[in-house]
Write a protein that binds this ligand. Structure first.
Ligand code: F6R
Length: 365
C-alpha cells in the first residue's frame, strides 16, 4: 500500500508530479490556451465581480490560501484577505453579499473551516470550496467549488494536498482574470508555465538523497528559521510547519525582510537558517539578508535557482530547483522543504506518518 516507500509521507511527496497532472487534467487546455473549471463555471461571472475575496482555512491549507492571495491579486487585481478560519468565525466579520469567501480544506471536515463557511453563507456571501475529500461536509455545503483530486492523503503532514490546492488557486486566479485583467495570450503563457511544473518537480525529487545528507548535518538542531519573500514567504511558513509537526524541532517561518525586526536576535552558530532564494525580483534583497545571517555565524541552507553559482560562496548548502517564473515557484520550492523535514524526522527516529498529538482531520474546535 505504501508502493515500496518506507512511509506514506514519502510516497505522497513522490506522487506529486502525477497528482499535479491529475489536478490539471481536463481543466487546462494547452492547445487552445484555455481553462475549463466545471465546478465554478456557473458562478464565474459573480466570482469575477467580487468586491473582495476572503480565503479561510487552517494550517497548511491556510498557507495555500496565502499563496492564493498573491496569485489572485497579481493576476485578477481583486483584493484578497486570508484569515484563519478560527479567527474569522469568532470575530463577527464584516461580510456582504458582494464578497466571495473561499474555504480550503483537504479533509473537508475541519470544524473551524466549516463554521467559517456557515458564517459566510449566513451573511450572504458566495462561498466557494477547495476540498480534497469528495463528498465531505465542506464540499457539500459550499455554493460551488473545485476538488483538488490529489487522491487519499494518509500521512498526517499534508504534502500533495497542499501543492494540489496551490494549483487549483492558480487556475482560479487565471479564470478570474479572463476578459478582465489578462489577455488570452498572457493566460496561455501562464498555463504553459503551470504545465511545465510536474516535470520540474520530478527533477527536484532526484535530490532526495542529497537532501538526506544535508539533513544528517542538522538533525540535532534545536531551532530553525525559514525565510522567504513574495510568493515564497508562505512556503517559508509551510516548510517550518512541516519540520515542527514531524521532527518536533522548533521552527519559525518569516518574511525575510522581517528578520531584522526581531528574529535576527536569535541568530548564532546554533541557528540554521533556510533561505528560499530563487532568482526573482527580490533576489538581491535576499542575498543581503543571507549576508546578515552569515556575519552572525548562522548556518545557511539556500534553495536557489539552477545555474546560480554565486550563492555557493554565501551558503553552507545549496539545493537547486529548475528555473521558473515567480508565480509557479512555490510549487517547486516547497518540495525540498518537504523532503528536508521528512529526512530530519526519520533520522531522529520520529514516526512521520503519525506524529504525536496530531490528527489528520481536526473535527473539534
Ligand atoms: C499540516 C496539516 C494541518 C492541516 C489543517 C487543516 O501538515 O496537515 O495543518 O493542514 O489541520 O486541515 P484541512 O485542510 O483538512 O482542513
Amino acid at each position: 500500500e505504501k508502493g515500496g516507500y518506507e512511509h506514506f509521507m514519502l510516497k505522497e511527496i513522490f506522487e506529486q508530479p502525477g497528482v499535479m497532472e491529475d489536478v490539471m487534467r481536463g481543466r487546462v487546455r494547452l492547445e487552445s490556451g484555455s481553462l475549463h473549471l466545471g465546478g465554478i463555471n456557473d458562478n464565474l461571472e459573480q466570482l469575477r465581480k467580487a468586491r473582495r475575496i476572503i480565503i479561510c482555512a487552517c494550517g497548511t491549507s491556510w498557507h495555500a490560501g496565502l499563496i492564493g492571495e498573491y496569485l489572485i491579486e497579481e493576476f485578477a487585481r481583486i483584493p484578497v484577505e486570508v484569515d484563519y478560519a478560527s479567527e474569522f468565525r469568532y470575530r463577527n466579520p464584516v461580510i456582504t453579499p458582494e464578497d466571495v469567501v473561499i474555504v480550503i480544506s483537504q479533509s473537508g471536515e475541519t470544524a473551524d473551516t466549516l463554521a467559517a463557511l456557515r458564517e459566510a453563507k449566513e451573511k450572504g456571501a458566495l462561498v466557494m470550496g477547495i476540498c480534497n475529500v469528495v463528498g465531505s461536509t465542506i464540499a457539500r455545503e459550499t455554493h460551488c467549488g473545485m476538488y483538488t483530486h490529489a487522491g487519499p492523503e494518509i500521512g498526517v503532514a499534508s504534502t500533495k494536498a497542499f501543492t494540489a490546492q496551490v494549483i487549483v488557486l492558480y487556475m482560479v486566479a487565471l479564470a478570474l482574470s479572463q476578459g478582465r485583467t489578462l489577455s488570452d495570450s498572457e493566460i496561455a503563457l501562464y498555463l504553459r508555465e503551470l504545465s511545465e511544473v510536474p516535470s520540474k518537480v520530478s527533477e527536484i525529487l532526484k535530490s532526495s538523497e542529497e537532501i538526506h545528507a544535508i539533513a544528517g548535518s542538522y538533525r540535532n538542531a534545536r531551532n530553525f528559521l525559514y525565510l522567504g519573500r513574495g510568493y515564497n514567504f508562505p512556503v517559508a511558513l509551510e516548510g517550518a510547519l512541516k519540520l515542527k509537526e514531524i521532527s518536533y524541532i522548533h521552527a519559525e517561518g518569516y518574511p525575510a525582510a522581517e528578520m531584522k525586526h526581531g528574529p535576527i536576535a536569535l541568530i548564532d552558530e546554533d541557528m540554521p537558517v533556510i533561505f528560499i532564494a530563487t532568482r526573482d525580483s527580490t533576489y538581491t534583497k535576499i542575498l543581503s539578508n543571507i549576508e546578515e545571517v552569515r556575519s552572525r555565524k548562522g548556518r545557511v541552507i539556500a534553495i536557489a535557482s539552477e545555474g546560480d553559482e554565486d550563492i555557493r560562496s554565501l551558503a553552507d548548502h545549496v539545493i537547486y530547483i529548475p528555473a521558473a517564473s515567480a508565480p509557479v515557484t512555490p510549487l517547486l520550492t516547497v518540495i525540498p522543504l518537504q523532503l528536508l523535514a521528512y529526512h530530519i524526522a526519520t533520522l531522529r527516529g520520529c514516526n512521520v506518518d503519525r506524529p504525536r498529538n496530531l490528527a489528520k482531520s481536526v473535527t473539534v474546535e
